[in-house]
Write a protein that binds this ligand. Sequence first.
Ligand code: PLP
Length: 406
Amino acid sequence: MFGAAVNVTGRLFCTPAPGPGRYPQHVRHADTLTYLDHAATTPMRPEAVEAMLPFMTERFANPSGSHRFARSIRQVVDECRDVVAEVIGCEPGEVIFTGCGTESDNAAIVGTLQRHGGIAVCSAAEHHAVLHAVEHGGGRVVAVDEAARVDLEALEAVLDDDVSLVSVMAVNNEVGSINPLADAATLVRTRAPRALLHTDAVQAACWIDLRAITPLVHLMALSAHKFGGPKGVGVLTARKGTVLAPLLQGGGQERDRRSGTHNVPGIVAMAEALRLTDIERVAENLRLTKLRDRLVDTLKGRLDELIETVPRDAKIAGSAHVCFGGVESEALLFMLDEAGVCASAASACASGAMEPSHVLAAMGVDPRYARGALRLTLGRTTTDADIDRAIDVLVDAVNRLRGVSP
Ligand code: PLP
C-alpha cells in the first residue's frame, strides 16, 4: 500500500472522467433544476471528486506525521501546491492552504493589521468577508463607480502613510464587474508604498488568468467551491517577504502561517479543479459569453422596464445581473424557485434571508430597480437548454407579477 502511495501524480491528475451514472446526484440535479447560481457555488468537477476519494479512505494519513505513510501524503500536498502555484503564477512557497475564501480574506486583513498596525482600506462593494473585517478594524471604505468598480480618485484621497493594507476585489460577486487592479496597484505603490495590496479573487478563477493578477498584488484569496472544487478549502497567496500574524495558533502547519491539520482530500480536489479550470478557461469564456448574451438580449426583447446593471464589456462572461422595475426580487425568486430555476438577488447569506444589497446601494442604482434585482450566474454545467428554460420561466414570472396576462 505504501509503495503504491508514494508515486501519486499519475493517479491524482490523470484519472478518466467518470462514466454516465457514476455520480447519480449530477444526473438528478440536471433533470430537475435549472441552476443559474454558479457565483454562489458551482458543482464539483467529477474529476475532482474522483481525485479526492482515496484520501478519504485508504490514503488517510496526516501529512504532518513523521512515518513513511505520512510523508507520502505530505508529498501529495506539495504536488498540489505546485499545481496551484503554476496556475496562480507564483512560487509554491507563496501558497497557503486555508479553510475557505472567508478565512483567506480575514487572514490577509486581520493578519496585516495585527502584524503591522495601521489602517485597512477597501472598496464599498467588497464581499462581507473583506468589508466586515476592514470595518471591524476601524478601516476606511472607499466609494465605487456605477459599475461597482473602485473609484480611483476616492482611493487616492484616502491613501497615506497610516494605511497598511488595501483590499480591492478582482471580480464583484454580485454584479460581475472587473476591477482596475493595475491602476489600484500603481496608486498604492505611489501613495502608500508601505501598504500591502490584497485582492479577493474568489470570483475570478473561472474567468481571468490569475497569472495576470498575481504580480500586481501582495496577497490573493481563492475559494475552491467557486471553481469546481469542494466547499471548505481555499488559498491565500502571500508574496515572498510578506509577513502576516497568523489567525490560528496551533501546530504551525503551512510554515507557521496557517495552523490546523491539512484538509488533504479538499486540497487534492481543489488542485485538480483549478488545473482543469485553467485549461478550459478561454473556451468556457467564449461559450458562456454567447449563452449569457442570448439570455440577457432575449429578456430585454421580451420584457420592458429591465436594466442591465453593468455593461457587458466591464464584466465577466458568467454574470447576468438585471433589475426589473415594478417587481420585487423576493417574489420573483419565489416563483423561479417554484419552477425549479435557481437564481439569487444579493449574494447568499447565512440565513438564506434577503438583505438589501450594499453593492447596488454603493453603485447608486435607482431603488425602484434595485428592489427588483436578479443575479443569474452561469458556469461549466450551463447548457443552451438551461437558458431556454430560464427565459421562459422568467418572462412568465415577471409578467404575472406585473399583472400582465400571457
Ligand atoms: N469573496 C467573494 C467575492 C465571494 O463571492 C465569496 C463567496 O461567496 C467569499 C469571498 C467567501 O468564500 P467562502 O464561501 O469560501 O468562504
